[in-house]
Write a protein that binds this ligand. Structure first.
Ligand SMILES: *[C@@H]1O[C@H](CO)[C@@H](O)[C@H](O)[C@H]1NC(C)=O
Length: 342
């Protein structure tokens, strides 16, 4: 009996040793990371036959969930992947025995902190394998988009997400966040974007926009995103004043995962505090001038309005000049006609 058990154990060891990966217990965080099967080589390699491989991903907190994007190239029917919503293969599967090739990454999210992944290959035909991207997160949208929200950007990074993240966002949502920094400007780091796909020139369905200022104007949009993952790569932005507006809207159909971003002030509070305590009178002046220089224009004064005003004034000026010239000429003529009579 003991011998059989030992043999069985050796067999398991042998099988799992063919899964030649550096880590099987994986810690996720709020950055998008990935794992690949052995020999994946960015989708151009090939995996090992007779592989039985597992990974367990931990989001790192009971309130956190996992967002997963799977890219696969597996020979059907013998080579397959299963993803479980839990820390072992006894949990509910998010997907079971999936094989074949995906043109775009398939998205999943867990309902709790762990994901357990199992990849099995048979004795024949090997293809590129799998790449699994993952990220730990929760819904950082705040009060559920019931109204406009104001967030303070401080020394440390805070997170903001679309509603229900990392699950699918829901239909007919309109959310507006004003992110404002008491000292300095706002640094945005857009970690992840996955929005219903549309032509970037249209963005008629779902989208999010970043506006540079404390209002949402036509002329201060610095970014409009309406593409699914992985079309939009991460990007960063620093406001020109003390605030930015993040606006998200979804229509009545097709939901994706949304977005995750980090925000912070680009100045440090600690430095300001030190300056203020050491030189009280002069620092007062500095802090108020900082505030002034960081004030954002809060009216949506767009280019057309400016052109309108300039054009309008120009018309008035030209008209006045014409009237004056006309009057002078009239006066001159009047004098001429009067003169011969003298
Ligand atoms: C914050 O960003 C603004 C705009 O890019 C820049 O002018 C300013 O120097 C930055 N402040 C710090 C402390 O880096």
């Amino acid at each position: 009996m003991v011998w059989i058990l030992m043999l069985f154990h050796m067999l398991i060891k042998y099988v799992s040793s063919t899964c030649d990966v550096t880590a099987q217990e994986i810690q996720a965080d709020s950055s998008l990371r990935f794992l690949t099967s052995t020999g994946y080589n960015e989708g151009s390699g090939s995996y090992i036959n007779n592989m039985d491989c597992w990974w367990r991903i931990d989001s790192g907190g009971d309130d956190l969930k996992l967002l997963l994007f799977l890219t696969r190239d597996l020979a059907c029917p013998g080579d397959k992947i299963s993803i479980y919503d839990g820390d072992s293969s006894t949990a509910t599967p998010l997907v079971s025995d999936l094989c074949g090739t995906s043109a775009t990454p398939t998205h999943y999210s867990t309902t709790q902190r762990h994901a357990y992944i199992r990849l099995v290959t048979d004795a024949s035909v090997s293809r590129a394998g799998i790449k699994l991207e993952f990220l730990a997160a929760k819904d950082y949208s705040g009060t559920g988009c019931t109204g406009s929200q104001t967030l303070i950007a401080g020394d440390n990074s805070n997170l903001l997400s679309s509603p229900n993240f990392p699950g699918l966002y829901t239909n007919a949502k309109t959310c507006r966040w004003l992110i404002t920094s008491l000292v300095g400007n706002v640094d945005l780091d857009i970690v992840f974007s996955d929005i219903e796909d549309d032509l970037p020139s249209r963005c008629d369905y779902d989208k999010y926009t970043i506006n540079d200022g404390n209002d949402r104007c036509e002329n201060n949009v610095v970014r409009t995103v309406c593409s699914q993952y992985p079309k939009v790569t991460p990007f960063t932005f620093t406001s020109s004043g003390s605030s930015v507006v993040v606006f998200f809207v979804s229509d009545s159909s097709v939901n994706r995962r949304g977005f995750l971003l980090k925000y912070k002030s680009n100045a440090t509070y600690t430095t300001t505090t030190v300056t203020q305590t050491t030189e009280s009178s002069s620092s007062q002046a500095t802090s108020s001038s900082v505030e002034k220089s960081n004030k954002d224009p809060n009216t949506c004064m767009d280019a057309r309005m400016v052109i309108g005003i300039v054009f309008g004034s120009l018309v008035v000026v030209i008209f006045s000049v014409i009237v004056v010239v006309f009057m002078i000429l009239r006066f001159h003529n009047l004098q001429k006609t009067i003169k011969p009579k003298d």
